[in-house]
Design a protein around this ligand. Structure first.
Ligand code: NAD
Length: 296
């Protein structure tokens, strides 16, 4: 039996990633603040930890999938105090600043830090098809390859702490933009009398197709399920983090600011826990139409 892996944060993304590791034969020591998901993990074969510190006392390699930079930094403070931990892999989206602060806290205790934010959503986490962008010590990346391979395709970005987080924010600004833009044009087309299914077919066959039209709309908007598995609050967080980093570089951010206004509006009207595909709802309401389909 191989060395156990610690896993902290068993949410929409963390739980399926942890489950894949168990299925691949890695023993897992798991922790989450929510008792229900922890109990479910235990029934699948994970060993239950009593706290973050308990995970760090029992495992050398810890993976974490946490909601915000603030939570990630508080978890890292506890991880760094653990006596067994040697490396910490943050799968969360926290931005470059938090990643650099985490790296410093961990380095002070001789713990290696790897940023490994992921892209591909809950479905990618379940299927093991995530894109993992990784920054940190190259030798640690190479040693962790068997773990990354269970989760998806890992791309080494740089040894510079936080670099993969910056890359992830760039990816997510694109995802936030294309989802919002696709929502806006779909509402326009339906208002003008076009059929939503036909529109998606044409976009996907033409040059206007994006991940939003290929995957998010058919899965969660056209069937009106709004259950893609990423919260509006988290998308709004990522757009804010992008803007923080871009403005701190002194760059113009006109497009990102427009995208941000759309997500902050969705946050206000649909709530932080709503699925991010709900971004279309305020637009539908303003237009007096529903973008429905998915029947073929
Ligand atoms: P989530 O809210 O579903 O899961 C977060 C989990 O962390 C929850 O189970 C929560 O109970 C747990 N948690 C919170 N504070 C904790 C603490 N102090 N100690 C232990 N556990 C704690 O979020 P998610 O959708 O799984 O996203 C996780 C991260 O991955 C976020 O940073 C998000 O931006 C990023 N991400 C999400 C997606 C997606 O499609 N959902 C895709 C790519 C990246």
């Amino acid at each position: 039996m191989s060395e156990p892996i610690g896993f902290i944060g068993l949410g929409n993304m963390g739980f399926p990633m942890m489950e894949r590791l168990l299925t691949a034969g890695f023993p897992v020591v798991a922790f989450d603040m929510r008792d229900d998901v922890l109990a479910k993990a235990t029934t699948l074969g994970a060993s239950r930890a009593g706290s973050v510190r308990d995970v760090a006392d029992r495992t050398e390699t810890i993976l974490a999938s946490l909601p915000t930079p603030q939570v990630s930094e508080s978890v890292v403070a506890d991880v760094a105090a653990g006596y067994r931990v040697r490396r910490f892999v943050d799968l969360s989206t926290v931005g470059g600043g938090a990643a650099q602060r985490n790296q410093a806290v961990l380095a002070a205790q001789g713990v290696a830090a790897l940023d490994s934010p992921v892209s591909g959503g809950m479905h990618g986490a379940q299927a093991g098809t995530l894109a993992l962008m990784v920054s940190g010590p190259r030798a640690e990346f190479d040693a962790l390859k068997p773990i990354f391979d269970v989760l998806g395709r890992a791309i080494f970005v740089s040894e510079q702490p936080g670099a993969a987080q910056t890359m992830k924010l760039i990816n997510n600004l694109m995802a936030a933009t294309t989802l919002a833009a696709t929502a806006e044009v779909m509402v326009m087309g339906v208002k003008a009398g076009l059929d939503a299914d036909v529109m998606i077919d044409v976009l996907n066959a033409g040059s206007g197709g994006t991940h939003a039209s290929r995957d998010k709309f058919p899965r969660a908007v056209l069937p009106r399920t709004f259950d893609y598995g990423f919260a509006t609050g988290l998308m709004a967080k990522d757009v804010r983090l992008y803007l923080d980093e871009a403005t701190s570089l002194g760059l113009p951010v006109e497009m990102a600011q427009t995208v941000q206004r759309i997500w902050e509006q969705t946050l206000r009207t649909e709530g932080a826990e709503s699925d991010f595909t709900s971004v279309i709802k305020p637009m539908e309401q303003a237009a007096g139409v529903i973008v429905e389909g998915g029947n073929r």
